[in-house]
Design a protein around this ligand. Structure first.
Ligand code: KG4
Ligand code: ZN
Length: 369
């Protein structure tokens, strides 16, 4: 089965063709990083406009690289949540139009699900029950899966995501966006033990929904601790964000801050993952997923787990196609291309717009009953 996966949830316009959820025939990613480097972060309107320009050529190239025509494509999968609304809109509108035009079943896919399914694109396949540590720019969660399409969030961040924390700390240190790779680069020459940052202690329930899990994360305190320590080092109480700080820090200080921060952030992730493993001793596989899973130190500290290929850690279309393949395998119905739900936020364990399959489709082509 050939699935075309389309991804546009943030600042990467991507499309890929994957055969049987495993074999990547093409994987085209156009990144907007160069545009946002100078702004220090993503500007949603600019991202949406860039997606609009890139998406059709990216899809066309994905088909061409795979050496396939539209007739050979079995299904189309597209990210519909979570992400930047304008960005999601371009990807879903494109996928919906193509599904109608070429008469293909359409599968809207949750972005975190796609990140997890990157682990099925490797040589080996994870086994259930599994724990997935999902670490991206917008999320930090530990998810337990007992079967395809069965997700239970057992730990989540109360505030910032770890990738967001990398990006903010990079800004404090005057390092370019995205913060993850630039912090890792700077940390190479740094001393990870020079600065000591506290690990969060979560003893009270989550303020937003009163849930409590000692597997939860908190990263905003770590970012503030770095800022305080930087202020101490330069002897000034400059507020964040400030482009002044970077001129006051020596190269050696930046490297040591980057290394100490990276060491603490990855320790916090691994600590909770170990706790989760103790809690669920029947776990057969542990998977890393999301942009931060490209981090070398994190990969080194989690040697025994499934690691997505580094080239697939960030956003791409192949993971969307892989996730959709296992949806199809699990009997999930395609969605009416005329009514695809979008949401900037949504939990992986509460599928969006996946209520009772519609009995009526304006096209009348799909049998939803
Ligand atoms: O999954 P992703 O590409 O997009 C989202 O779904 O958010 O993740 C992007 C995040 C950014 O915050 C970026 O700084 C981080 O992943 N990241 C890294 C590394 N490469 C990307 N964080 C730490 N180390 C890296 N090598
Ligand atoms: Zn992502």
């Amino acid at each position: 089965m050939y699935i075309l996966g389309v991804e546009s949830s943030c600042d990467e316009t991507a499309a890929a063709v994957v055969k049987d959820g495993k074999e990547i025939l093409s994987n085209v990613v156009v990144s907007q990083i160069d545009i946002f480097k100078e702004y220090g972060g993503v500007i949603p309107e600019v991202a949406a406009r860039s997606h609009l320009e890139a998406i059709l050529p990216v899809v066309e190239k994905a088909l061409k690289d795979a050496n396939l025509t539209w007739t050979e494509i079995d299904s189309i999968a597209v990210t519909h949540t979570p992400g930047l609304l304008g960005s999601l809109l371009i990807g879903t509108l494109t996928a919906r139009t193509l599904a109608i035009l070429h008469d293909k079943p359409l599968y809207p896919v949750h972005h975190l699900k796609s990140h997890i399914y990157t682990n099925w694109l490797g040589d080996q396949t994870p086994e259930f029950p599994l724990l997935a540590l999902v670490v991206s720019g917008g999320h930090t969660q530990i998810i337990r899966m007992t079967a395809h399409n069965h997700f239970e969030i057992i730990g989540t961040t109360r505030d910032d995501a770890v990738g967001e924390c990398f990006d903010k700390v990079a800004k404090i240190l005057g390092l370019p966006y995205p913060g993850g790779p630039s912090i890792s680069q700077a940390a190479k020459n740094g001393d990870p033990k020079r600065y000591h940052f506290p690990h969060p202690k979560l003893t009270s329930p989550n303020r937003s929904d009163h849930s409590y899990s000692d597997l939860d994360f908190s990263f905003s305190g770590l970012k503030t601790a770095v800022l305080r320590e930087v202020q101490k080092a330069v002897g000034k109480s400059i507020s964040f964000p400030s482009y002044e700080l970077k001129n006051l820090l020596t190269k050696e200080q930046v490297a040591d801050f980057a290394a100490s921060f990276e060491n603490t952030a990855t320790d916090i992730l691994i600590e909770n993952l170990k706790k989760a493993l103790e809690r669920y001793p029947d776990t057969k596989s542990i998977c890393l997923a999301g942009g931060v899973s490209a981090n070398d130190l994190l990969r080194e500290k989690s040697r025994t787990v499934f690691l997505p290929d580094k080239s697939l850690s960030g956003d791409n279309g192949a993971m969307v196609a892989a996730a959709a393949f296992y949806e199809i395998e699990s009997g999930v119905h395609p969605t009416d291309p005329y009514s695809v739900s979008l949401a900037p936020r949504s939990a992986i364990d509460r599928p969006l717009g996946r209520g009772k399959p519609k009995a009526y489709s304006p096209l009348g082509r799909y049998n939803f009953s």
